[in-house]
Design a protein around this ligand. Structure first.
Ligand SMILES: [Zn+2]
Length: 82
């Protein structure tokens, strides 16, 4: 039996990545939708690859607006959403 490789879109569907504060997905945040479109990936992939606050363990990130509202937490290693 041959196992089919999952496409990026299928992997995308399995993930539920949300902003820690506003609970929006990358697809609901135009800053990620627009930036991702420019380089030809999905908004969710953009957060995974490019968003510094994305935490793969929790699936959380902080969008720019919420990051500012959280008083821009920072650490030497780079802050990740809990
Ligand atoms: Zn947010």
């Amino acid at each position: 039996m041959k196992t089919k490789m999952k496409t990026l879109e299928e992997l995308d569907d399995e993930l539920d990545i949300r902003c820690i504060r506003c609970k929006k997905t990358p697809y609901e945040l135009s800053e990620y939708v627009d930036a991702a479109k420019e380089i030809g990936i999905t908004a969710q992939q953009f957060v995974i690859y490019e968003e510094g606050t994305y935490n793969p363990k929790s699936g959380h990130f902080a969008c720019t607006e919420c990051y500012i509202k959280l008083n821009m937490p920072a650490s030497a290693k780079g802050w990740k959403a809990p």
